[in-house]
Design a protein around this ligand. Sequence first.
Ligand code: UT7
Length: 357
Amino acid sequence: MRRTRSRPQAYVAPVISSSDATSALPPRAARLIGLGSWLPPRQVDNADLAERLDTSDEWIRTRIGIASRHIADPGMATSDMAVEAGLRAMKAAGVEHVDAVVLATATPDHHVPGTAPLVAHRLGLSHVPAFDVGAGCSGFVYATTVAAGLIHAGTAGTVLVIGAEKMSAIIDPADRSTAPIFADGAGAVVLASGRAGEPGALGPVAWGSDGEHADAVQIPSGGSRNPSASAREERYVYIKGNEVFRHAVRRMDQVAREAATAAQWSIQDIDRLIVHQANARINAAVANALGVPPQHVPSNIAHVGNTSAASIPLLLSHAAVKGQLAAGHRVLVASFGAGFTWAATTLLWPSGLQAIT
Ligand code: UT7
């Protein structure tokens, strides 16, 4: 039994009838029905960074693949960007109401409360369940997996999933190993109830984590382990770049294969590989390990940078607008991030899907 609602009411889980349970229909699945994204207008290029850091345009382009990135003004918070992306995704989906909001972020407006309820409120979705998911750069795929579970169980009919980050708030402007990489922005999708295997339906997820590497991407202070920073740098993200690089390539190769196998696809079937935009060399290495040709791997890192949990929905919407994702494409999405966490899933790109950037 499925319900669609246009009025802002609390969603009530439907009773699953015995005929639904025994029907020959494929299982219920989350179906992508709209995409939106937003980038802050201010662009910072490599020459701007080289004015204050011991780095160069050439080093950043060749070692990371970034030429410029978008940085939010100081007065802007993650929720502001999330609202912009959420509005666009809902407009693209043609819906004015959703049953839940899930926000993936590593840069919430505050430690307490979560940022999603405020975002829901500002989207006119007051009273719907809204919560944050924190899984680093894998956060968006984790959040869509949680949302898909809500839909699969019949707990929600439509879910707005947003990935939004103000990475500039947690990056040391004086650290040349992070300042060139990370950037700000937001992307969002609306998921609705559909059937497994139909165009737009998210396939099975493959995901995992390894907390042994918890210190490879970390803000040393500000949490319960070490509430107050004794040194200035402890308030900012610190990365063990080489370690992250090696694990990112290995894990994304592995998890992408697992997701493809779970969807009963071979790697040769993949028309488009959407990889978390951490470093162009990481993405090239993952594509190479999988044997996916570079022209099948859309990328926006050159002018968007690494936006952590916003990276995947930003790339999906940019690639859709550019026509790089087209109806019938078999799309494999893979992500990796702090934790370590990793996640991958598949979908057959549907026709008529709107993306608003
Ligand atoms: O999204 C998940 C989180 N993402 C990440 O954590 C990023 C993953 N890692 C990476 O993208 C890469 O490891 C980095 C971009 C961070 C570093 O690239 P790398 O090729 O692994 O460089 P490296 O750390 O091995 O450093 C090579 C050299 C070093 O100099 P020496 O020791 O060879 O003299 C660094 O000091 O490059 C130097 N270096 C720089 N030089 C100019 C490091 N950062 C910079 C810089 N500009 N910004």
